[in-house]
Ligand binder design. Structure first.
Ligand code: NAD
Length: 367
């Protein structure tokens, strides 16, 4: 290489994977392309110390490939820690398919994606995430056994989203207990941002308990439909983050807690389903702590879905799925205690315990 100083853009081109900002010693990144079906996917295997990498596939209309790569790097890393903190014997992985799930997803594309998953011989096991349905996983199952989240008719544990919502609800109750002295959510003002598969099921739990729920979504049709169904208030202002609520539940996309939003948030608890809620987990975790906002770590409280799909591999039934998910309540309280005892943010606390477990397993594996 000559001595010319490279621009930031050129450097980005030089180190497209290992030099990426979200690269965190991922074990394997697989780029999948199929001209005939239009499939463009990236599979990320972050860490397989605890077992084969399990994690969902997201189909999203990314504005560019960097964004897709960054997402798969962040999401697969999150899966490693989610499974470790939940006590599951699996590693962390994730996949992204670049494209609009509403218009570009076809059975042929899903099966071709399944063939790519199969080519990894079980190092990566897929499931659904944003833009995916149980029916899509059934199509993947046509070509590979390395898929979970398939329909109950085909021997799967079914749609994981309601279980995820139950886990988030448990985590939210634990956070309320810690922050307000009681886990009763009756009368608490809760903002649910994103009322998709998980968000709607969460709204159901919350309204049943008598929480005062406000919902927001970019899909207006859904917003009014869900608002009517649960008698929830539809958010109509122009800055959702500044809303006067007790609890903010991010259930749409990640990184909603960022430099632009963090100082506006009035909620005293943040507990939601979205993955990677903190744009910068160190910086934004610390600001939340300084501001006295209790953050229930996303990868801890949204583990219901992975508990549900893991049941297909570990062969346990619905009762155990729900019991393990209910236990998110206890784990969340333990993490809050650990954070206080060790003077760290709640996110760091959850990460530290997950990392300790992985390190112990690595040592045990090497003996
Ligand atoms: P979904 O696609 O069914 O729902 C997402 C909803 O968010 C949609 O209604 C969409 O219109 C809305 N949305 C998108 N951008 C928005 C914005 N800027 N403001 C408001 N609303 C917006 O997805 P889901 O399965 O419900 O998952 C929600 C989140 O939870 C995702 O981040 C996902 O990764 C995470 N998660 C899901 C599961 C699961 O079991 N489905 C498990 C763990 C984590």
């Amino acid at each position: 290489m000559n001595a010319t100083i490279a621009t930031a853009k050129e450097i980005q081109k030089m180190d497209p994977v290992f030099g990426q900002i979200s690269f965190d010693d991922h074990e394997q990144i697989v780029f999948c392309n199929d001209k005939d079906t239009g499939l463009k996917a990236i599979i990320g295997i972050h860490n397989s110390v605890m077992g084969p990498a399990l994690g969902g596939t997201r189909m999203f209309n990314y504005s560019n490939e960097w964004e897709a790569l960054n997402d798969v790097l962040r999401l697969s890393r999150g899966m490693t820690f989610k499974s470790a903190i939940t006590g599951l014997n699996i590693g962390g992985g994730k996949a992204v398919i670049i494209g609009d799930a509403k218009t570009q997803k076809t059975p042929e594309l899903m099966r071709k994606f399944g063939e790519f998953v199969h080519s990894l011989s079980g190092r990566y096991i897929t499931a659904e995430d944003v833009g995916m349905e149980t029916a899509d996983m059934d199509l993947v199952r046509d070509v590979t056994p390395y898929v979970t989240g398939i329909s109950e008719e085909r021997g799967g544990a079914g749609n994981p989203s309601p279980v995820t919502a139950f886990g988030v609800y448990m985590g939210m109750k634990a956070a309320a207990k810690q922050q307000f002295g009681s886990d009763v959510l009756t009368g608490k003002k809760v903002l649910v941002q994103g009322i998709g598969h998980v968000g709607e099921a969460l709204v159901e739990y919350l309204t049943k308990e008598g929480a005062l729920v406000t919902i927001s979504d970019i899909n207006e049709e859904r917003l009014y439909e869900v608002g009517k169904k649960y008698n929830a208030t539809v958010y109509s202002g122009n800055d959702v983050y500044a809303e006067e609520v007790d609890i903010y539940a991010p259930c749409a996309m990640g990184a909603t807690i960022n430099d632009a939003t963090i100082h506006k948030i009035k909620a005293k608890v943040i507990a939601g389903a979205a993955n990677n809620q903190l744009a910068n987990e160190v910086v934004h975790g610390a600001i939340l702590q300084e501001r006295g906002i209790l953050y229930a770590p996303d990868f801890l409280i949204n583990a219901g879905g992975i508990i549900n799909v893991y049941a297909e591999l570990a062969h346990y039934g619905k009762a155990e799925i729900m019991a393990k998910t209910e236990n998110i309540y206890n784990t969340t309280l333990e993490i809050f205690d650990f954070a206080i005892a060790n003077k760290m943010t709640t996110h760091q606390a959850a990460l530290t315990i997950a990392q300790q477990r992985i390190a112990e397993r690595k040592l045990a594996n090497s003996k």
